[in-house]
Design a binder for this molecule. Structure first.
Ligand code: PEP
Ligand code: MN
Length: 283
């Protein structure tokens, strides 16, 4: 039973939660990027990604080892074998590791290896998972469900907040609509509205929003312009060979170019994109 105002609610113009992981802080002046493949495939793949991120100055790496696939016949992620790869990224770098969990068991397994738990669109209303994450001491990146209203999205976040974990980042990743030409429809207006409704940081996933690598750049720019507090982008050393989501993966070189192009857009809206000097660490 709700007794007062919900915990997600913004109470004043300056009421803003900052969520930190590794060298990144979401919700402040910086606009951190999380980049990496849809799925962890091998140690070589992740080392190549990690090296590039460090070189560019991207502070967080996507590293999904458990994949929520629409078809049970498709690659379900590398699973437990991926934990050693996460550990190796950890030993080689200061990159914050963001990894998706589908179940309470995954939370326990992945916890020692990750800096942030990702909850995918398909699990946005997995309330027992959300409650468990609410009892962890690590940030949670909560993606909007494929057909979730903003009320449902915010109430999903409330499940985490109510258990005591205030480190929640919301992620708009596109919603289901009638036109299959883009994988989803990016609801950019909702990003601006969420920024009014909640003090939680709001980031955008241009990869799942569009499903097409050529659109990742333009949409990332629009997201920053509209006020997003960060981006999560799928990037792969050999995009066409990605085991999952190959059509939307950008190359590491493209990521580097895009990062450069985003800097003036962040500046134009009074924000900063963390750059090389601020996050560089030896790999
Ligand atoms: C993902 O990030 O790889 C993913 C499965 O995204 P979503 O939950 O937004 O579909
Ligand atoms: Mn994906």
């Amino acid at each position: 039973m709700m007794t007062g105002t919900p915990l997600f609610q913004k109470n004043s113009d300056t009421h803003q939660t900052m969520v930190s992981m590794g060298k990144a802080t979401f919700g402040g002046g910086d606009i951190p990027i999380i980049a990496g493949p849809c799925s962890v495939e091998s140690e070589d793949q992740m080392t190549a990604v990690a090296k590039t991120l460090i070189q560019i100055g991207v502070p967080c790496i996507r590293a999904g080892i458990f994949k929520p696939r629409t078809s049970p016949y498709k690659f379900q992620g590398i699973g437990h074998d991926g934990l050693d790869i996460l550990q190796s990224i950890r030993e080689q770098s200061d990159l914050a590791i963001v990894s998706e969990v589908l179940s309470i068991e995954h939370v326990m397994l992945a916890s020692p290896y990750v800096d942030c738990f990702q909850v995918g669109a398909r699990n946005m209303q997995n309330f027992e998972l959300l409650k468990t994450l609410g009892r962890q001491e690590k940030p949670v990146l909560l993606k909007r469900g494929i057909a979730a209203t903003l009320e449902e999205f915010l109430m999903a976040a409330e499940y985490i907040l109510l258990e005591g974990n205030s480190q929640v980042i919301l992620c708009e990743r596109g919603i289901r609509s009638f036109d299959p030409q883009t994988r989803n429809v990016l609801d950019l207006g909702s990003v601006a509205l969420l920024k009014e409704l909640t003090h939680l940081p709001v980031i955008v996933d241009p990869s799942h929003a569009t499903g097409k690598r050529s659109l990742v750049g333009p949409v990332s720019k629009a997201a920053i312009a509209v006020g997003a507090d960060g981006l999560i982008i799928e990037a792969h050393p050999e995009p066409e060979k990605s085991i999952s989501d190959a059509d939307q993966a950008i190359s590491l070189l493209t990521l580097q170019g895009l990062h450069r192009e985003l800097i003036p857009i962040a500046t134009a809206v009074g924000r900063t994109l963390p750059t090389l000097e601020e996050v560089a660490v030896p790999c």
